[in-house]
Write a protein that binds this ligand. Sequence first.
Ligand code: SF4
Ligand code: SF4
Length: 381
Amino acid sequence: MPASTHSPDAEKFVVSRKALEALPLLLRGEGYEVWAPTPVDGAITYQSIETLTELPVGRSDQQAPGKYRLAAREDRALFQYASTPQSWKPLLLPPVNHFLTIQETSDGIEFHPHPPPLQRRALLGLRPCDLAAIRVLDRVLQEDLHPDIGYAGRREGLLLIAVNCGYPSGVCFCASMGTGPQARDGFDLALTEILAGEHRFVVTVGSARGRAILESLDHRPAEAPDRGAEDNVVRSARENMGRALNLENLAEAISSESNSKQWEEIAARCLSCANCTMVCPTCFCGTVEDHNTLDGKQASRTRVWDSCFSLQYSYIHGGSVRSSPAARYRQWLTHKLSTWHDQYGECGCVGCGRCITWCPVGIDLTQEANRLRGAAAWGGI
Ligand code: SF4
Ligand code: SF4
């Protein structure tokens, strides 16, 4: 398991940009499939890679509510962009997961479960907020009373190489959520990309596996200027977060505003498209589908992502409990920021900002939550 919590004076090393090029080959030699950010069709997506040249070299992004664009940089930076459109969630919790086939045979029926593939994957370029999101999913899907065997199996083989954030976008608010811009725990290695002076990476080791990988790369101990440069990157990211969420009494305030007129106001704009839940790295809801072949000899059971924004998601014995868009948005925001605490003892949001960027009408969770909090303080709206 990765990793321990790191104090600011943790042991640190430096790997040059050139030396880092050996990393994908090294990881593949250790039996890992390497996944990393890659530009595809005008967006940065996570793909299986063979070399660092597949990363978004000299690319950045611009994000705002309902807006996303790639932009060119004048340097050869590898990790200077904010949240990707989709998180790492599909690798751990596939959108379509076939887990059982039932086959009629001449002797009766046979059950063929589909266990998760025994894959070792190295995830290179995890943002601290995405690392925090994986910990949230671990709590829900792996550490609760009924672990999800598929999730646990995929999680088991992961090597996590985080990259501290040097380029937050206008919709990021991880600093106010305590989940970034610097990774504190849960990683095997954490890199900070330094562009001032020599292009290099300050590396923090988070596990024995991480240390073994670092030992195979050309590296040196970090010196005071390297540590200072890392501090500058993190400080600048923290100071340039586009948004903030005030967490003080927020969970109580949102629950107390269940009858607020604000839900109807949001619903007047909300399309119930479910984009926010599809891109959210902590949304985990799904539904189960059974399919039969036309001859009736084979059946399969599949779990697919679902969303609290779909009408059928709350369908029980004759009707949907949350029949209006207002009720569905209220459910989503209240669960994320309030009742998640009751269920799991923490917040369901890590401040990645994806739900803001990918909302086609630009509904902003931070704005709505801060407004509800203010309304609760004044006795409701
Ligand atoms: S609710 Fe929005 S900001 Fe929070 S984790 Fe989900 S997508 Fe990111
Ligand atoms: S809040 Fe935005 S992204 Fe979410 S369902 Fe409504 S319109 Fe779609």
